[in-house]
Ligand binder design. Sequence first.
Ligand code: CMP
Length: 137
Amino acid sequence: MEQTLSIIKPDAVAKNVVGKILSRFEEAGLRIAVTKKIQLSQADAEAFYAVHSERPFFGDLVEFMISGPVIVTVLEGEDAMAKNRDLMGATNPKEAAAGTIRADFAESIDANAVHGSDSVENATDEINFFFAQREIC
Ligand code: CMP
């Protein structure tokens, strides 16, 4: 069974739509293998998004991701990575298809409600960043 990582970002947590977003995953047939609410440190956010460290938006991205708690979740199911990306919609909510999480809950490309792994390989690394194997069940 494929696994992928989801982060519900500080904007969606502050809007109190965590349950609504987790329901969308379950309604699409994805299973929550583990979930937790955490406050990322600056070092956490810089390490998690290290692949973007040279991009002009890196500083704003890190600042936003530490602006409040996030919900990190391992989703499991057939084609979990692609399914989660379909549910999220485009990175920029202005381009996200109607009915997707970002179209419904996000305000801007920075405050875009959710993150999801963009490949199965990255999903493994991202899951290991947040969770020990024994927590995923
Ligand atoms: P996420 O899927 O978490 O991956 C990196 C994040 O950087 C992305 O969502 C956006 O929230 C943010 N970001 C800000 N500007 C851009 C941009 N121009 N291109 C891609 N991501 C951006």
